[in-house]
Write a protein that binds this ligand. Structure first.
Ligand code: NOJ
Length: 532
């Protein structure tokens, strides 16, 4: 079956503030991204997803949008955007934007109008609610960024709902005018030629019509975000969301059926897969965050892979993610050595991989001194160490000042080891994480079994997991991954094999022929080309 570009390709997430600054203001921008397209092409990725570049007061670093069809001057202007889009397309690559339909900035003209009076035509574009008889908040819903999710408006004497900051009021998606307005936003970018969207917090978009209280989460522990005290069963993942997602999908298809809609959805597998929609009429790729959220343990991971593979709807295409701008970097979660194994897993599983900028050089979370924290999630819950700044630090390009990211003062401090952990050095080093990425990407791109072949589980225990990738008429691969730091043995339980190690996290193992029992070093992963 012919596969779409977003099925065989690899997506790369650019966090624009931190990728490349071109004008010395310390914040990355569109011209900067343009300068680095050669690198992305060299790496072999197929699509860039840009976190928001729209006008925004930056209360949540661009996820609080005040104009959906503009470009924030920090990042450049519309001409810069058009140039970037053209250059990306010239290279045969795709460009995806972040679409944030759940909430706007409180500075967005829609909200300014909505809050101006109770009879304003845009009043119902947001979620307004009377206080309880005692003046209290309408229900117990919590904000993801700490505290309750209702903000009192003195002028109009009602509360409005905000799932995130009070500066990010939630839109009322039950209102058809809101739907149409957002569909028009999508059309604006699709007509420009944008290849798709990553849709922010898709599972939040519609809330319980009765505004019932959320129940306590029995598994809450004090170190967790205050948001985790309750199970958000009434404030998220409502049955009506699927109708909305389907409508968005229809907008995606108005021009052609080459555009992709990715949904940001943090839900257990069985809820997640419902976002593919009936007969795949929903999101093309509901983001699968299992590798982000599960403990790094071989059995847990291999079971999750099987659960996911087993739960996917017919013709639903899988996808995998190791890190993003909201989570710890993979090299910090599992260690730099084990991150190599993680990269091998990401790039050999069945389904579209998304790489977070800098993970390909094993960037780690950077310690940000307390008085330099800027992320609202960190600032609002200072005792919980939840700031996302450490995983959003500037890209490490070379060993010059500020690692080649900016001539000015970077908006977030850089890693103190950037002079010895950067793209330029790793490009020269056959043992580097970057070289490993480039080779895995190239193998995946050139081997039918790896880019779109089937997934066959082979074995898993407390230390390791093994699986095969197969495609008719093409070479098959056996992938064996040691997810611990100490050695282990692998012996396939039901068959014998022989093959050559094509890529290894420890390159000294490459080229070796293996049969039957394999002994793996700690942090060792092997991609074995099987003999026919
Ligand atoms: C999810 C985004 O990934 C995150 O960065 C943001 O803070 C929230 N949505 C709110 O928009």
């Amino acid at each position: 079956m012919d596969k779409k570009w977003w099925q065989t390709g690899i997506i790369y997430q650019v966090y624009p503030r931190s990728f490349q600054d071109s004008n010395g203001d310390g914040v990355g921008d569109l011209k900067g991204i343009l300068q680095r397209l050669d690198y992305l092409q060299w790496l072999g990725i197929n699509a860039l997803w840009l976190s928001p570049v729209y006008p925004s007061p930056m209360a949540d670093f661009g996820y609080d949008i005040s104009d959906y069809t503009g470009i924030h001057p920090l990042f450049g202007d519309m001409a810069d955007f058009d140039n970037l889009l053209e250059a990306v397309h010239k290279r045969g690559m795709k460009l995806l934007l972040d679409l944030v339909p759940n909430h706007t900035s409180d500075q967005h003209p829609w909200f300014v109008e909505s809050r101006s009076s109770r009879d304003n035509p845009k009043r119902d574009w947001y979620i307004w609610h009377d206080p309880l008889p005692d003046g209290g908040v309408p229900n117990n819903w919590l904000s993801m960024f700490g505290g309750n999710a209702w903000e009192w408006d003195h002028t109009t004497q009602q509360y409005y709902y905000h799932a995130f900051l009070r500066e990010q009021p939630d839109l009322n998606w039950r209102n058809p005018e809101v739907q149409q307005a957002m569909f028009d936003v999508m059309r604006f970018w699709l007509k420009k030629g944008v290849d798709g969207f990553r849709v922010d917090v898709m599972w939040h978009m519609i809330k319980d019509a009765q505004f019932r209280n959320n129940p306590p989460d029995p598994n809450y522990e004090p170190h967790m975000s205050t948001y985790s005290q309750l199970l958000p069963v009434y404030s998220t993942d409502q049955p009506e969301v699927h109708e909305l997602v389907h409508k968005m999908r229809s907008v995606m298809e108005e021009i052609d059926d080459e555009r992709v809609m990715i949904g940001e959805i943090y839900l257990p597998i069985h809820q997640l897969v419902t976002y593919y929609g009936v007969d795949n009429n929903g999101a093309h790729l509901p983001f699968n965050f299992q590798l982000l959220t599960l403990p790094w343990q071989a059995l847990q991971i291999s079971t999750a892979i099987d659960q996911y593979e087993g739960a996917l709807p017919v013709n639903g295409w899988p996808n995998w993610v190791l890190s993003n701008h909201d989570q710890h970097r993979i090299a910090s979660r599992v260690g730099v050595q084990q991150a190599r194994v993680a990269a091998m897993l990401l790039l050999t599983l069945r389904g579209t991989p998304t790489i977070y900028y800098g993970d390909e050089i094993a960037m780690r979370n950077v310690a940000i001194p307390f008085d330099e924290v800027v992320d609202p999630q960190g600032l609002n819950m200072p005792d919980k160490n939840l700031s996302r700044d450490p995983s959003r630090t500037p890209m490490q390009w070379d060993n010059s000042k500020n690692a080649g990211f900016t001539d000015g003062k970077p908006w977030l401090r850089l890693s103190k080891i950037s002079h010895r952990a950067n793209v330029e050095m790793q490009q020269q080093d056959p043992y580097s994480m970057l070289t490993l990425h480039k080779r895995l990407i190239s193998l995946r791109t050139n081997e039918p079994a790896l880019d779109a072949g089937s997934y066959v589980p082979v074995y898993a225990d407390n230390q390791m997991l093994a699986y095969m990738r197969e495609a008719e008429g093409a070479d098959s691969f056996l992938i064996v991954l040691n997810l611990t730091h100490w050695p282990c043995y692998f012996r396939p339980p039901h068959f014998s094999f022989s093959g050559k190690v094509e890529i290894a996290t420890i390159p000294e193992s490459e080229g070796i022929y293996l049969t039957d029992t394999i002994s793996l070093d700690g942090d060792e992963g092997l991609v074995i080309r099987l003999e026919k």
